[in-house]
Design a protein around this ligand. Structure first.
Ligand code: 16G
Ligand code: MG
Length: 539
């Protein structure tokens, strides 16, 4: 390791002194102009992680649904998963080391993590469409090469595509071929198998409007279009040719404002969906005949998928267990429907994909979705083997067909992380196979009215939580106050948590009517403001 070269190159990516950043829920994220040093250093760190795991590691340059001016970076672990928590700490200390301390911090990580410097390293890099992303990914490459790591730059890819590449490379191509072409082929093959039955061909089912948030999803969906065009025709909006990334459009905008994105033409009863800026989230929606907007969020997506999987399992008649993982943001109606009507076990974890992903790995088939549209389905290795075997060997025709459908669903889900393209194709296939309209899907259950608010406080870390963020531990008195307020309404629930991505406290409330949900959210916000050091104007 050439410490002199590392320091010399670092000077070209100098850290603004005093700047402190945290490897948060989804990596580092802030204004793009503050990130050059972080990128260089994440290049260094990816090489160390690669040496330590003797595997390919991914580095994705994106700030997802954040505004165009922001950027970010996250590392992808060997099986396409989020970076291990102990390495998040290494990432944070490396990013925050002042110039002169960089070699020391680097050595410290090498010792603590027992990195064998003689080992080869390979890093794959991807980026979203932000103007700043190209230069920032060059800084990552600079970090990789100065530590003599090998790399492949995939250029413009969605976040889930980069996760896919990492997984493919670390399983010697068993999961798929590590190219965008390979990704399209794998997904489209499974999708076309699922939807090839002649009764699936009715025109009205085959068209879908997609709001691409003016992001990378548009480019990739355009590339993929001809692979799937016989089963689905997609019409792209906010494809990046005119509008600004994530501005008044995209999954995050639609979910949080509960209204259509700008730039899409919606007619009543047409099926529409929105991706976020790096295409790892998806939500659906439609206008009814009276012009009312209906949102179908991650909870209802999870419900549609679990229902379908459960039916297939019943048909196949094999005991594979299925579990659904949600967060505290899941609408109470969805949890009730899953548990009471569908009789599937539901678990709640802390916010952030890595927590849900981890829990979902405990099941043969683990369905996880955040209400905001981020999720996928994981199949255990044992379940995968069994499903493939059943699809091949079952003699009963109905059971065999169900096993084959399940096998295709397994291949269609990106098993590494939530993926808007993969989720979209699964949903489209299920709607087609079950002959369901978007209204019928929406009618599975009715969402409880809910409200989310933000409160500014001096230090959001004074709020700590337990029970998957559903109960406040500190500051004293706050949980009691929330519990008292919740008791005043029917079907009500409320919780607060410090955001992992913004300097604010988030408040969530639901109740039997919109008015009550609003008033509960306001009252809880006021309690946070008073008991947790609110700043500025009281809510
Ligand atoms: C990040 C997370 C997302 C979570 C959100 C919560 C990943 C890849 N993304 O975007 O899952 O819902 O943060 O943000 O983990 P918050 O902490 O500001 O509420
Ligand atoms: Mg995203």
């Amino acid at each position: 390791m050439d410490l002199h070269a590392i320091t010399a190159h670092s000077a070209l990516h100098a850290k603004p002194s005093g700047l402190v950043l945290q490897y948060g829920t989804a990596g580092f994220r802030t204004k793009a102009e503050h990130l050059d040093h972080v990128m260089y250093r994440m290049g260094l760190l990816a090489v160390l992680r690669s040496k330590q795991t003797k595997s390919t590691i991914g580095v994705m340059v994106t700030a997802s649904h954040n505004p165009e001016e922001d950027n970010g970076v996250k590392l992808v672990d060997p099986l396409g998963e989020m970076l291990a928590p102990s390495w998040e700490e290494h990432a944070t200390s490396l990013a925050n080391a002042e110039e002169q301390d960089l070699p020391g911090v680097l050595m410290d990580i090498i010792v603590k993590a027992a990195v064998d410097l003689q080992q080869d390293a390979f890093v794959v890099i991807g980026r979203d469409t932000r103007l700043s992303s190209e230069k920032l990914s060059q800084s990552v490459i600079d970090g990789v090469t100065v530590l003599e790591g090998q790399f492949h730059d995939y250029g413009l890819v969605t976040t889930p595509q980069l996760h896919y590449m990492v997984y493919c490379r670390n399983t010697s191509g068993q999961y798929g071929e590590a190219t965008v072409e390979g990704y399209y082929q794998k997904l489209s093959k499974a999708f076309m198998e699922l939807t090839k039955q002649p009764f699936c061909s009715e025109e009205e089912y085959r068209s879908l409007k997609v709001d691409c948030a003016n992001g990378i999803g548009a480019l990739k969906l355009k590339e993929m279009e001809h692979y799937i065009s016989q089963g689905l025709s997609v019409q792209l909006f906010n494809d990046g040719t005119k509008g600004k990334l994530n501005h008044l459009c995209g999954a995050d905008f639609v979910k949080s404002h509960q209204k259509p994105p700008q730039g899409i033409e919606m007619k009543s009863n047409e099926r529409c969906c929105s991706f976020d800026g790096d295409a790892d989230r998806i939500v659906y929606y439609y206008l009814d005949v009276d012009g009312h907007f209906h949102l179908i969020d991650g909870d209802k997506i999870a419900t549609l998928i679990s229902r379908f999987l459960k039916e297939l399992l019943l048909e196949i008649g094999e005991s594979l267990n299925i579990g659904v993982v949600q967060t505290a943001y899941a609408n109470g109606s969805s949890t009730r429907y899953l548990e009471e009507v569908m009789k599937v076990p539901v678990y709640c974890t802390k916010t952030g994909v890595k927590h849900l992903h981890h829990k979902a790995q405990e099941f043969d088939i683990g369905v996880y979705f955040e209400a905001n549209g981020h999720g996928t389905v994981l199949f255990s290795k044992a379940a995968e083997t069994k499903i493939r075997q059943l699809a091949k060997e079952l003699e009963d025709e109905k059971r065999k067909a169900a096993a084959k459908t399940l096998e295709n669903i397994l291949d269609l889900f990106n098993q590494t992380a939530g993926d808007a393209i993969s989720d979209m194709l699964v949903i489209e296939a299920i709607l087609t196979l079950k002959d369901l309209t978007i209204q019928q899907w929406d009618a599975l259950y009715t969402d409880l009215p809910n409200r989310q608010l933000k409160v500014k406080v001096a230090d959001r870390q004074v709020i700590s939580t337990t029970d998957a963020e559903r109960q406040v531990v500190t500051p004293p008195g706050l949980q009691e106050a929330i519990s008292d307020l919740v008791k005043k309404h029917k079907l009500s629930r409320a919780f607060v948590r410090p955001s992992g991505t913004e300097d604010i406290v988030r408040v969530y409330a639901e109740a039997d009517s919109q008015e009550n949900a609003d008033s509960l959210a306001r009252a809880v916000s006021l309690a946070v403001f008073e008991l947790a050091g609110g700043v500025g104007e009281a809510p």
